[in-house]
Design a protein around this ligand. Sequence first.
Ligand code: ZN
Length: 483
Amino acid sequence: MHLRLAAGSTIELIPQFTGLSKNNRDDLSSISHIFDRQFHVCGFGRFGRSRGLCSFRFLFSEDFACGMTSVEVDGEARGNNGGMTIATPERYREMLESARRNGYAYPAINVTSTQTLNAALQGFAEAQSDGIIQVSVGGASYFSGQRVNDRVTGSLAFAAFAHEVAAKYPNISIALHTDHCAKPYLDGWVRPLLAHEAVEVAHGREPAFQSHMWDGSTVPLKENLDIAEDLLDLCAKARTVLEIEVGAVGGEEDGHRADIDEKLYSTPADGIEVARRLGLGERGTYMAAFTFGNVHGAYKPGVVKLRPELLGEIQREVASAAKTGKLYSDTNRGLNSSVTEVSEGRDALGFDKSDDSDSRVVAPLTASPSVSTPGYTDTDLHDDKPFMLVFHGGSGSSKGDITAAVHYGVVKMNIDTDTQYAFTRAVAGHMFEHYDSVLKVDGEVGEKRYYDPRSWGRTAEDAMAKRVVEACVELGSAGKALK
Ligand SMILES: [Zn+2]
């Protein structure tokens, strides 16, 4: 057990939730056993499996977290998302790790409304797949209402709605994510969200989102990674995962256009630079979108040439550099020392401990330095998948390219265009088919049951859900919802 308390410490744990299943009770009794009579256990926080370690959070009755620690539990610990559908930070890492190890990926579905959000949930539930639901900067603003047009308000409204309705799908886990945040939007979108989440976490609650993307593809790599380093620290405090992008995705998204040229292909040298600057998990969990010819939007065949094998080259070269020590051997960068320094300030899940530790109460609580830092440095390197990769512009890609990309370590594939089309195609079908009923033609009054937004809304949601199921099947996440 990697937890020490000073003699005489008295801590009362308060339950985070009440619906303990039988398995939970078993787990609870093993925890009580470990803790013996040092303090009274009347409940526990989130409980997730991570390489044989169970991680959970202690809460004081004053309602603030005193930090995360890891405790080895006899026997096999069972993963548990605490009866929630929106993934806890532990569950999300478990999801991503499972996808990487077992060679599948999660569809990340962009939504812009409660209808499309419900459609995404419906699709994931039908596919018995865990998944990711995300909002773009424009989608977040739209969520807040056109007059309000505020991306932070819209993001939080989306997350609040999602947390509420997702709870009705108990057999899947869903992570919420903010998509492309370019430099001009950082201060007005992702940074305020991270600050909000850090406060929630400091009060023992879950963050609103489970991950955020920083899109530094339009700035030089050095600046991209300077900002990424800073955000990775903020993500640790917010217990969220960072997604970065290296190289440019072509095409159009949210009204932003990017050229289709050689910048669409990132290089193994880019990968090595990313690993040097951000570590391979020991400084905090992140996903990386290395571009391999990706474009947003739908293109006719032949316009875009995807080279998923480039992802394999990046993974191989970075894994080899890490194994041979080359990754950190460049002393000019001084990275060896900085990485060690940072990992000492982190708990076993890569979270920053210093913030959670409150000296008034927590001073006696120290995590043993022997806690293994998962990072992704040991076994993962044997798999030659040091990075958890993201595939942008997944809509319209060939089955072969998708399979290859997942094989090389893609764990998240963004899908927007195809689900947009599925939704709108169904609406168009309804309108054309019931033209005389949805419109008041030639002095007639139309038919309410056809222009009631629910009538075309249900059809559209079903169509979009069907496309989500297809994505789950294609990416191999169908039927693999974590228990
Ligand atoms: Zn994208």
